[in-house]
Design a binder for this molecule. Structure first.
Ligand code: ADP
Length: 582
């Protein structure tokens, strides 16, 4: 991202620099063009100011007479002198048909043109051939450069000579120099004959050929100037008349334009330094700005990264805090769990103690009755012995025996839990056990008005076990059913026996009060009872459970949809109807 930004910034700076360069250069070209227009105007103006002079002279009758007959010399000399000073030209003179100067405005001066022959000068030959001539040259006589303008003096068709005006263009150069500008004028050969830069004067823009050099020498145009090449190296050509040049390791913009009607070129040379300075300034500012933006970007990135790392640190802190809290919570929970476990253990202990209390109360209640009865019987036995009523004594002792038997049966029940049950041996017919159990509980049926219905297969069903234990299970179930129906209006007990696969199922359904959901879990736990003290010890079902599981069977309880409870005992079937079970 930052790398891309750097590339973009570099691109922008480069583009801005290019725009600045192009813009500044175009500006320089525009200004230079305006300068060229101005300078060509002043040059043309300067020349046209004197253009009339040769013509006026050529038309002068005294001049013609002088040329025809050599009269009027003094007159013409004076005329030229006064006209020259009036017009402000450098010199005015008249040449005859072979180029000898007959009269001149400077006839009084030591370097007078009078008597000199300038027939070799192109302005003379031009005037002779074509009425007018014009020529820039260094004066042969004076050594002063000037612009020569000539006009032929004719008598009818006859060429009498030429009238010439020499104009000094040095003041023009001075103006340009004072303006601080480099303005040059080159001739058709590329010789810089006017230049605001003195060291460039009479140098050439192109290497002169030998032929050109000979011709120039013949015309004695530039005196003894060596006309060396000016080492202006062209760096780039921008357009026609617009190029970038190098001189002494300095770059310049050089604008050139032909001067109308003169076969000269006007040049304006301006250093490129301002352009370079401008684009360098833009490049520097752009670079500084780009670096600033880059630095800002870096700063922003660092700030963001710091923020991110701060946020991460905060998050980490929060997570750590959360972890700590979790840890505390876990510790708290495990502490609570321990407390709960301890509480549960205490509860279990309390429950055990409660059960023990309940059992003790039950046992005490069960045993108290026969004990106090035995005590009473023993006391009445003593009285009967005193009375020697042996018959009654026997009866009393028989009652004591019955009561001890009852007590023994109670302790026998408890023994089931005290010892491991011996391995059961033998087989028994289930129907026989059921008959025994029903016979034993028959008084209860008549006492509470209970109707009994049975669905029992005829074929005897043989199971493992001994008669007493199987009977005890059935008696327990019947007694419980009777107890459950005791306070109910409808009192029906239904006993069903069926064979399923290799098992026999005994179902005991009553129309009693049923069992609560919560009690169903606890039913087979020793000493679990919902009955009052003295009415039950909570051992019946747990003993039954133990007997059934010892016989390899199962016992479970459920409530019936129409009320009442159902106990289902399943035992392995050995055979039915005396034969082996298939
Ligand atoms: P006990 O009869 O001495 O209470 P049990 O172990 O025989 O002991 O029975 C435990 C409890 O099971 C009873 O107190 C009673 O709440 C419940 N119970 C047993 N059989 C039935 C039944 N047929 N209908 C309703 N509740 C029953």
């Amino acid at each position: 991202m930052l790398f891309l930004g750097a590339i973009l910034a570099t691109g922008l700076v480069w583009q801005a620099t290019r725009w600045t360069y192009t813009d500044a250069l175009n500006n320089l070209i525009k200004v230079g063009g305006e300068r060229l227009t101005l300078y060509s105007g002043t040059l043309h103006g300067a020349l046209s100011r004197y253009a009339y002079l040769p013509y006026v002279l050529s038309q002068n009758a005294d001049v013609k007479i002088l040329l025809k007959s050599s009269f009027n010399l003094g007159l013409v000399n004076n005329y030229l002198e006064s006209l020259n000073s009036e017009a402000g030209s450098e010199a005015l003179y008249v040449m005859n048909s072979i180029g000898d100067t007959l009269a001149a405005s400077n006839w009084r001066k030591p370097l007078s043109f009078v008597g000199k022959n300038y027939g070799f000068r192109p302005y003379f030959t031009d005037a002779k051939a074509d009425l007018r001539g014009q020529f820039f040259a260094i004066g042969v006589t004076t050594g002063q450069p000037g612009y020569f303008m000539s006009h032929s003096v004719l008598e009818g068709e006859r060429f009498l000579g030429a009238a010439v005006a020499k104009v000094n263009l040095t003041p023009l150069q001075e103006d340009w120099r004072e303006g601080g500008e480099t303005v040059l004028v080159s001739d058709a050969n590329g010789v810089l004959f006017l230049s605001s830069r003195e060291d460039w004067k009479y140098r050439t823009l192109t290497q002169l050929s030998e032929n050109q050099r000979t011709l120039i020498l013949a015309g004695r145009q530039y005196g003894d100037q060596s006309l060396e090449l000016l080492p202006l190296e062209t760096v780039e050509i921008l357009a026609e008349g617009q190029r970038i040049v190098r001189f002494e390791n300095v770059l310049y913009l050089m604008l050139s334009r032909p001067l109308e009607g003169l076969n000269w070129q006007l040049h304006h040379v301006v250093p490129l330094a301002p352009v370079r300075e401008q684009w360098q300034a833009v490049a520097a500012i752009g670079t500084v700005l780009a670096l600033l933006i880059l630095a800002l970007g870096l700063y922003a990135r660092e700030r963001r990264q710091k923020q991110i790392s701060r946020r991460k640190a905060r998050e980490a802190e929060a997570i750590q805090e959360m972890n700590l809290r979790l840890q505390e919570e876990v510790t708290e929970r495990s502490r609570t769990e321990n407390t709960l476990r301890e509480t549960q253990a205490e509860l279990v202990q309390a429950g055990k103690l409660a059960a023990l209390g309940h059992m003790a109360a039950g046992i005490v209640h069960e045993l108290n009755q026969p004990i106090s009865a035995i005590r009473t019987q023993a006391a009445s036995g003593r009285l009967l012995l005193d009375r020697e009523d042996t018959g009654k004594v026997r009866e009393t002792l028989a009652a004591v025996t019955r009561m001890t038997e009852h007590m023994a049966s109670i302790t026998a029940q408890l023994k089931t839990f005290a010892h491991k049950t011996p391995k059961l041996k033998g087989q028994v017919v289930l129907q026989d056990c059921l008959d025994g159990a029903l016979a034993m509980t028959a008084p209860l049926f008549s006492e509470f008005g209970i109707s009994l219905s049975k669905v029992i297969p005829d074929k005897p069903l043989t199971i493992n076990g001994d008669r007493a234990r199987v009977k005890q299970v059935l008696v327990n179930l019947i007694r419980n059913a009777v107890d459950a129906m005791r306070d109910c209006n409808q009192r029906d007990l239904r006993v069903e026996i069926s064979v399923q696969n290799q098992e026999v199922e005994i179902s005991m359904s009553d129309s009693g009060i049923g069992i609560t959901e919560q009690d169903i879990e606890e039913l087979f736990t020793p000493f679990f009872t919902t009955k009052e003290v003295g009415e039950g010890m909570g051992l019946g079902l747990s003993i039954s459970y133990r007997i059934v599981t010892d016989l390899g069977g199962t016992i479970r309880a459920q409530n019936l949809p129409d009320g009442g409870a159902q106990f289902i005992v399943r035992l392995p079937l050995i055979n039915q109807g005396g034969g082996a079970v298939k």
